[in-house]
Design a protein around this ligand. Structure first.
Ligand code: EPZ
Length: 424
């Protein structure tokens, strides 16, 4: 296994290019199953999760050809050979459940392994299943798989009211509804930019969708979908992650391709903490406005609220803010695993249930720490940028799931960071 070693240093300066969104790409790729014509994605991120999704689609008979060093994914599912997504692939990545809706819509049946939970929570898929049942699917859960069947005439449009917001369930229902006969309304739908990006791609394939980006999405089913080429939206979570780097280490960084509308609640919060965010055609430039970072309270919410996927990274900033901050994690039940690792670096954090109280300290001290999940791993790297001495982050395979070229991107703006093999 590899580790990343960060040595606390001076201010950062320069540009960081932001890649296409992992969480958009992981729902755009299964969309290829909806058509027998090619779907090509550009601006695709080069990540292990994307490779896992490619493997899953290929196990169903789809073709996925990475071009231009993986920036382009040329896909085709004209020759699907099955509708079974096996546990050994699904267990690696929960987003695998996103093949269920498209397979059901295209083939009328699907057998998809239930994804296990993961470090941050149980993460059931009951909302996905209820939504598909509302479109007429017959679902049978047995031996760890969802055995799904559409009515003989195919899925039919229906009303789906989500009891609470679910990004994945919205995506599964949206894709299935594109080929369902009649009208489907998704109420209390997720409004994330990745949902809008998926709707844009589906419209390019011939779907009739309106209301995406609001809490009610309406879909008129069509008989078939055709091929398209679609550019993956910028990754707002990678963007927010790198925006925090100059706030923690000092200096000025421009995140190329960043747009404020992708994460306005996050931008408001870091400005309240003393950061300055300037938007230009190149992207978002971030500096410390003046003086130290001030404590702020954060509550994670579905979009357009503060993203849960930036909670760990924000905590890294607040560990050295002036004052005490309260972070409330309201989306997942166990998403503070970075706290004990930050405490090893000298942070003062008190976790009770879904609330973490962070009392700022002068400076963190480098330490050996362990990555536990994707976003926790990068929060430890951010913390190491300004810590005294060396921070060694282990199990960085978590990082490879969601961040491409972290060492290269941070080194380019002056960070002292390297990746080493653990036996070194
Ligand atoms: C997506 O996960 C993202 N993953 C997550 O990013 C992100 O944290 C999450 O949305 C929230 O924004 C991808 O897009 C691949 P949810 P998803 O369904 O769709 C519960 C990252 O770091 N729930 O919106 O799985 C669930 O347990 C990852 O990139 C049910 O109870 O999230 C959670 O508590 C982590 N039943 C809450 O709802 C369901 O059927 C929100 O989950 C579905 C979800």
């Amino acid at each position: 296994m590899d580790s990343i070693i960060v040595t606390g240093g001076g201010p950062l300066k320069g540009d960081i290019p932001i890649a296409g969104a992992k969480n958009a790409c992981l729902t755009l790729m299964p969309a290829t199953l909806l058509s027998d014509e090619p779907l090509t994605l550009t601006n695709a991120p080069r990540l292990s999760d994307i490779r896992t999704m490619s493997t899953l689609l290929e196990s169903l008979g789809a073709e996925v050809s990475p071009l231009s060093d993986g920036l382009v994914l040329a896909m085709s599912s004209h020759a699907l050979n099955g509708a079974r997504a096996d546990y050994d692939i699904v267990r690696k990545m929960r987003a695998s459940i996103l093949v269920l809706g498209p397979l059901l819509a295209r083939l009328g049946e699907a057998v998809v392994s239930l994804p296990g939970g993961c470090a941050i929570g149980a993460r059931p898929v009951d909302l996905h299943l209820k939504a598909l049942e509302a479109l007429g699917a017959d679902l049978d859960l047995r031996d760890g798989y969802v055995h799904a069947k559409a009515p003989s005439g195919g899925l039919r449009g229906g009303d789906v009211e989500f009891p609470f917001v679910s990004v994945g369930a919205t995506e599964n229902a949206l894709m299935a509804a594109t080929l369902a006969r009649g009208t489907t309304r998704l109420k209390n739908a997720a409004q994330e930019p990745e949902i809008v990006d998926l709707a844009d791609c589906l419209r390019a394939m011939g779907a009739q969708i309106s209301g995406d980006g609001t809490d009610t999405i309406e879909i008129q089913g069509v008989d078939r979908m055709h091929g398209a080429t679609h550019r993956v939206v910028t990754d707002r979570i990678e963007l927010g992650t790198y925006m925090l780097a100059p706030l923690i280490a000092g200096g000025e960084v421009t995140c190329l391709g960043g747009r404020r509308d992708l994460l306005s609640a996050f931008c408001d919060k870091i400005e309240a903490a003393g950061g300055s965010v300037t938007e230009s055609p190149e992207g978002l430039t971030v500096t410390r406005a003046n003086g130290p970072i001030q404590a702020v309270d954060v509550e994670t919410e579905p979009f357009p609220g503060f993203p849960t996927d930036l909670q760990a990274q924000m905590m890294a900033l607040l560990c050295t803010a002036e004052g005490t901050s309260m972070l409330e994690e309201k989306i997942f039940e166990n998403r503070f695993m970075h706290a004990p690792e930050l405490i090893r670096m000298g942070a003062q954090i008190d976790v009770h249930g879904g609330t973490a109280t962070v009392t700022g300290v002068e400076r963190l001290r480098g330490a050996q720490v362990m990555a536990t999940d994707l976003r926790a791993s990068v929060s430890l790297i951010l913390a190491g940028l300004a810590a005294e001495g060396e921070t060694r982050v282990g199990r960085v395979y978590h990082l490879d799931r969601g961040y491409e070229h972290v060492v290269r991107k941070l080194s380019a703006v002056g960070a002292k960071i390297e990746r080493v093999r653990d036996d070194e």
